[in-house]
Design a protein. Structure first.
Length: 296
Protein backbone atom coordinates (compact mmCIF):
# COMPACT_ATOMS: atom_id res chain seq x y z
CA UNK A 1 0.00 0.00 0.00
CA UNK A 2 1.36 3.40 -0.99
CA UNK A 3 0.88 5.63 2.03
CA UNK A 4 0.74 8.72 -0.18
CA UNK A 5 -2.64 7.55 -1.45
CA UNK A 6 -3.94 7.48 2.12
CA UNK A 7 -3.68 11.28 2.12
CA UNK A 8 -6.23 11.48 -0.70
CA UNK A 9 -8.63 9.22 1.20
CA UNK A 10 -8.13 11.09 4.47
CA UNK A 11 -8.78 14.48 2.93
CA UNK A 12 -11.87 13.14 1.16
CA UNK A 13 -13.21 11.95 4.53
CA UNK A 14 -12.60 15.44 5.94
CA UNK A 15 -13.82 17.61 3.07
CA UNK A 16 -16.48 15.45 1.41
CA UNK A 17 -15.75 16.13 -2.27
CA UNK A 18 -13.03 15.28 -4.74
CA UNK A 19 -13.01 18.86 -5.99
CA UNK A 20 -12.20 20.11 -2.47
CA UNK A 21 -9.43 17.50 -2.14
CA UNK A 22 -8.01 18.42 -5.53
CA UNK A 23 -7.97 22.12 -4.63
CA UNK A 24 -6.34 21.39 -1.27
CA UNK A 25 -3.61 19.16 -2.69
CA UNK A 26 -3.05 21.12 -5.88
CA UNK A 27 -4.09 18.41 -8.32
CA UNK A 28 -7.11 17.39 -10.41
CA UNK A 29 -10.29 15.56 -9.48
CA UNK A 30 -9.31 12.87 -11.98
CA UNK A 31 -6.07 12.26 -10.12
CA UNK A 32 -7.90 12.08 -6.79
CA UNK A 33 -10.33 9.54 -8.21
CA UNK A 34 -7.57 7.47 -9.78
CA UNK A 35 -5.45 7.38 -6.63
CA UNK A 36 -8.36 6.27 -4.44
CA UNK A 37 -9.30 3.63 -7.03
CA UNK A 38 -5.73 2.27 -6.90
CA UNK A 39 -5.89 2.29 -3.09
CA UNK A 40 -9.11 0.27 -3.24
CA UNK A 41 -7.40 -2.33 -5.44
CA UNK A 42 -4.44 -2.45 -3.06
CA UNK A 43 -6.67 -3.02 -0.03
CA UNK A 44 -9.07 -5.35 -1.83
CA UNK A 45 -12.22 -3.59 -0.57
CA UNK A 46 -14.46 -0.87 -2.08
CA UNK A 47 -13.70 2.48 -0.47
CA UNK A 48 -16.33 4.64 -2.20
CA UNK A 49 -20.01 4.27 -3.04
CA UNK A 50 -22.45 6.47 -5.01
CA UNK A 51 -24.28 9.23 -3.13
CA UNK A 52 -26.54 10.95 -5.68
CA UNK A 53 -24.24 12.71 -8.12
CA UNK A 54 -21.33 12.47 -5.69
CA UNK A 55 -19.57 9.68 -3.83
CA UNK A 56 -19.08 8.94 -0.16
CA UNK A 57 -16.82 6.65 1.80
CA UNK A 58 -18.01 3.12 2.47
CA UNK A 59 -17.78 1.83 6.06
CA UNK A 60 -14.46 0.23 5.09
CA UNK A 61 -13.34 3.54 3.59
CA UNK A 62 -14.18 5.38 6.81
CA UNK A 63 -12.27 2.84 8.88
CA UNK A 64 -9.24 3.11 6.61
CA UNK A 65 -9.41 6.92 6.81
CA UNK A 66 -9.32 6.64 10.61
CA UNK A 67 -6.24 4.42 10.37
CA UNK A 68 -4.72 6.86 7.88
CA UNK A 69 -4.48 9.57 10.55
CA UNK A 70 -2.24 7.37 12.69
CA UNK A 71 -0.30 5.92 9.75
CA UNK A 72 0.52 9.29 8.19
CA UNK A 73 1.45 10.78 11.56
CA UNK A 74 3.79 7.83 12.17
CA UNK A 75 5.39 8.30 8.75
CA UNK A 76 5.98 11.99 9.47
CA UNK A 77 7.40 11.16 12.90
CA UNK A 78 9.74 8.59 11.38
CA UNK A 79 10.98 11.11 8.83
CA UNK A 80 11.60 13.64 11.57
CA UNK A 81 13.49 11.03 13.61
CA UNK A 82 15.69 10.12 10.65
CA UNK A 83 16.18 13.75 9.68
CA UNK A 84 15.52 15.95 12.73
CA UNK A 85 16.36 19.04 10.69
CA UNK A 86 13.63 18.40 8.10
CA UNK A 87 11.10 21.20 7.81
CA UNK A 88 7.65 20.18 9.18
CA UNK A 89 4.83 20.27 6.64
CA UNK A 90 1.09 19.70 6.91
CA UNK A 91 -2.26 21.12 7.94
CA UNK A 92 -3.10 21.29 11.66
CA UNK A 93 -6.82 21.56 12.39
CA UNK A 94 -7.46 23.56 15.56
CA UNK A 95 -10.69 24.34 17.41
CA UNK A 96 -10.82 26.52 20.49
CA UNK A 97 -12.55 29.22 22.45
CA UNK A 98 -12.13 32.81 21.28
CA UNK A 99 -9.84 34.04 24.06
CA UNK A 100 -7.35 31.20 23.53
CA UNK A 101 -7.43 31.71 19.77
CA UNK A 102 -6.62 35.42 20.19
CA UNK A 103 -4.17 35.07 23.06
CA UNK A 104 -2.26 31.91 22.13
CA UNK A 105 -3.07 30.65 18.65
CA UNK A 106 -2.84 33.82 16.55
CA UNK A 107 0.71 34.61 17.79
CA UNK A 108 1.63 31.00 16.96
CA UNK A 109 0.07 31.42 13.51
CA UNK A 110 2.17 34.53 12.91
CA UNK A 111 5.31 32.64 13.89
CA UNK A 112 4.40 29.78 11.56
CA UNK A 113 3.83 32.14 8.65
CA UNK A 114 7.19 33.80 9.25
CA UNK A 115 9.36 30.75 9.93
CA UNK A 116 7.45 27.57 8.97
CA UNK A 117 5.29 28.39 5.94
CA UNK A 118 4.74 24.70 5.09
CA UNK A 119 2.64 24.25 8.24
CA UNK A 120 -0.90 25.56 7.80
CA UNK A 121 -3.53 26.13 10.49
CA UNK A 122 -7.26 25.61 9.99
CA UNK A 123 -9.00 27.42 12.85
CA UNK A 124 -12.55 27.02 14.16
CA UNK A 125 -14.10 28.77 17.16
CA UNK A 126 -15.59 26.09 19.45
CA UNK A 127 -16.55 25.99 23.09
CA UNK A 128 -14.89 23.18 25.11
CA UNK A 129 -17.66 20.53 24.78
CA UNK A 130 -17.74 21.06 21.01
CA UNK A 131 -13.95 20.97 20.76
CA UNK A 132 -13.66 17.77 22.82
CA UNK A 133 -16.30 16.07 20.67
CA UNK A 134 -14.49 17.09 17.48
CA UNK A 135 -11.15 15.90 18.86
CA UNK A 136 -12.50 12.48 19.85
CA UNK A 137 -14.16 12.17 16.42
CA UNK A 138 -10.78 12.98 14.84
CA UNK A 139 -12.28 15.99 13.07
CA UNK A 140 -9.52 18.20 14.51
CA UNK A 141 -5.93 17.70 15.65
CA UNK A 142 -5.81 20.20 18.52
CA UNK A 143 -8.47 21.49 20.92
CA UNK A 144 -7.99 24.66 22.99
CA UNK A 145 -10.27 24.27 26.00
CA UNK A 146 -10.84 25.69 29.46
CA UNK A 147 -12.26 24.94 32.85
CA UNK A 148 -12.21 26.64 36.25
CA UNK A 149 -10.28 25.60 39.34
CA UNK A 150 -13.62 25.54 41.18
CA UNK A 151 -15.20 23.30 38.53
CA UNK A 152 -12.54 21.04 36.99
CA UNK A 153 -13.52 19.40 33.72
CA UNK A 154 -13.19 15.66 33.34
CA UNK A 155 -11.14 14.44 30.38
CA UNK A 156 -11.31 11.29 28.31
CA UNK A 157 -8.47 8.81 28.84
CA UNK A 158 -7.65 9.16 25.13
CA UNK A 159 -6.92 12.88 25.52
CA UNK A 160 -3.68 14.50 26.65
CA UNK A 161 -4.29 17.98 28.16
CA UNK A 162 -1.36 20.42 28.46
CA UNK A 163 -1.80 23.53 30.65
CA UNK A 164 -1.40 26.84 28.80
CA UNK A 165 -2.27 29.61 31.25
CA UNK A 166 -4.61 30.68 34.04
CA UNK A 167 -6.58 33.92 34.37
CA UNK A 168 -8.45 35.45 37.29
CA UNK A 169 -12.10 36.36 36.78
CA UNK A 170 -14.34 38.86 38.54
CA UNK A 171 -18.04 39.59 38.76
CA UNK A 172 -19.36 42.21 36.34
CA UNK A 173 -22.31 44.17 37.76
CA UNK A 174 -24.30 47.29 36.86
CA UNK A 175 -22.18 50.28 37.86
CA UNK A 176 -25.10 51.78 39.80
CA UNK A 177 -25.27 48.67 42.01
CA UNK A 178 -21.57 48.20 42.72
CA UNK A 179 -21.70 49.93 46.11
CA UNK A 180 -24.19 47.43 47.55
CA UNK A 181 -21.41 44.98 48.50
CA UNK A 182 -20.90 44.77 52.24
CA UNK A 183 -17.88 42.87 53.44
CA UNK A 184 -14.88 41.32 51.74
CA UNK A 185 -14.39 38.23 49.64
CA UNK A 186 -16.17 36.32 46.93
CA UNK A 187 -19.05 35.11 49.11
CA UNK A 188 -19.87 38.69 50.17
CA UNK A 189 -19.82 39.86 46.54
CA UNK A 190 -22.11 37.04 45.41
CA UNK A 191 -24.49 37.53 48.32
CA UNK A 192 -24.93 41.21 47.44
CA UNK A 193 -26.46 40.25 44.08
CA UNK A 194 -28.70 37.37 45.11
CA UNK A 195 -31.74 39.25 43.76
CA UNK A 196 -30.20 39.96 40.36
CA UNK A 197 -30.42 37.77 37.31
CA UNK A 198 -27.29 35.81 36.40
CA UNK A 199 -25.73 35.44 32.95
CA UNK A 200 -23.98 32.21 31.95
CA UNK A 201 -22.46 30.78 28.78
CA UNK A 202 -24.94 29.59 26.16
CA UNK A 203 -22.69 26.79 24.79
CA UNK A 204 -20.88 25.50 27.86
CA UNK A 205 -22.04 24.74 31.40
CA UNK A 206 -18.73 25.28 33.19
CA UNK A 207 -19.19 28.89 34.29
CA UNK A 208 -22.76 28.09 35.33
CA UNK A 209 -21.34 25.39 37.62
CA UNK A 210 -19.03 27.98 39.19
CA UNK A 211 -21.88 30.45 39.68
CA UNK A 212 -24.08 27.83 41.34
CA UNK A 213 -21.28 26.65 43.62
CA UNK A 214 -20.38 30.14 44.84
CA UNK A 215 -24.03 31.16 45.17
CA UNK A 216 -24.61 28.09 47.34
CA UNK A 217 -21.74 29.22 49.56
CA UNK A 218 -23.53 32.59 49.86
CA UNK A 219 -26.78 30.84 50.74
CA UNK A 220 -28.96 31.26 47.64
CA UNK A 221 -29.93 29.66 44.33
CA UNK A 222 -29.04 31.95 41.40
CA UNK A 223 -31.69 32.79 38.78
CA UNK A 224 -30.03 32.09 35.44
CA UNK A 225 -31.90 34.63 33.35
CA UNK A 226 -29.62 35.02 30.31
CA UNK A 227 -27.25 32.85 28.30
CA UNK A 228 -24.66 34.62 26.16
CA UNK A 229 -21.95 33.36 23.82
CA UNK A 230 -19.67 36.43 23.85
CA UNK A 231 -18.18 38.57 26.59
CA UNK A 232 -19.35 41.69 24.77
CA UNK A 233 -22.94 40.53 24.96
CA UNK A 234 -22.55 39.79 28.69
CA UNK A 235 -21.55 43.43 29.17
CA UNK A 236 -24.43 44.70 27.05
CA UNK A 237 -26.94 42.68 29.04
CA UNK A 238 -25.54 44.06 32.29
CA UNK A 239 -25.44 47.68 31.13
CA UNK A 240 -28.68 47.90 29.14
CA UNK A 241 -30.56 44.64 29.71
CA UNK A 242 -34.28 44.50 30.54
CA UNK A 243 -33.62 43.74 34.24
CA UNK A 244 -30.61 43.94 36.58
CA UNK A 245 -28.16 41.15 35.81
CA UNK A 246 -24.59 40.15 36.63
CA UNK A 247 -22.05 37.74 35.14
CA UNK A 248 -18.46 36.53 35.28
CA UNK A 249 -15.80 38.30 33.20
CA UNK A 250 -11.97 38.21 33.06
CA UNK A 251 -10.54 40.34 35.88
CA UNK A 252 -8.23 42.26 33.53
CA UNK A 253 -10.97 43.18 31.07
CA UNK A 254 -11.63 46.87 30.34
CA UNK A 255 -15.42 47.01 30.57
CA UNK A 256 -17.83 49.35 28.81
CA UNK A 257 -19.50 52.31 30.57
CA UNK A 258 -22.25 51.22 32.93
CA UNK A 259 -20.45 48.03 33.97
CA UNK A 260 -18.21 47.62 37.04
CA UNK A 261 -15.97 44.59 37.48
CA UNK A 262 -15.69 43.52 41.11
CA UNK A 263 -12.72 41.39 42.26
CA UNK A 264 -13.35 37.88 43.57
CA UNK A 265 -10.98 36.54 46.20
CA UNK A 266 -11.21 33.84 48.83
CA UNK A 267 -12.03 31.73 46.91
CA UNK A 268 -10.53 33.08 43.71
CA UNK A 269 -12.22 32.34 40.40
CA UNK A 270 -9.52 31.19 38.01
CA UNK A 271 -10.02 30.01 34.44
CA UNK A 272 -7.49 27.45 33.18
CA UNK A 273 -6.68 27.02 29.48
CA UNK A 274 -5.43 23.76 27.96
CA UNK A 275 -4.07 22.46 24.67
CA UNK A 276 -5.60 19.01 24.12
CA UNK A 277 -4.56 16.30 21.67
CA UNK A 278 -5.27 12.62 21.26
CA UNK A 279 -2.60 10.61 23.07
CA UNK A 280 0.25 9.59 20.81
CA UNK A 281 -0.43 12.24 18.17
CA UNK A 282 1.85 14.89 19.65
CA UNK A 283 4.90 13.38 17.90
CA UNK A 284 3.56 14.41 14.48
CA UNK A 285 6.04 17.19 13.55
CA UNK A 286 3.53 19.89 12.47
CA UNK A 287 1.45 19.36 15.62
CA UNK A 288 4.55 19.17 17.83
CA UNK A 289 5.69 22.48 16.34
CA UNK A 290 2.36 24.18 17.10
CA UNK A 291 2.33 22.79 20.66
CA UNK A 292 5.82 24.16 21.18
CA UNK A 293 4.78 27.62 20.01
CA UNK A 294 1.72 27.58 22.28
CA UNK A 295 3.89 26.71 25.27
CA UNK A 296 6.09 29.78 24.87
Amino acid sequence: MDTRRLRFLLELSRHGSMRAVADLLGTTTSTVSQQIAVLARETGVPLLEPDGRRVRLTPAGRRLAEHAVTILAAVEAARADLDPHAEPAGTVRVAGFATAVRRSLLPAAAALAAHHPRVELQISEYEPPEAFAALLADDIDLALTYDYELAPAGTDAAVEARPLWTAKWGLAVPAADAARVRGDGTVAVFGAFRDHGWIVNSRDSTDGDVVRRLAAMAGFEPRLTHRADTLELVEDLIATGPAPAVGLLPADRATRPGVTLLPLAGPDVRQRAFACTLRGREAWPPLALVLGLLAR
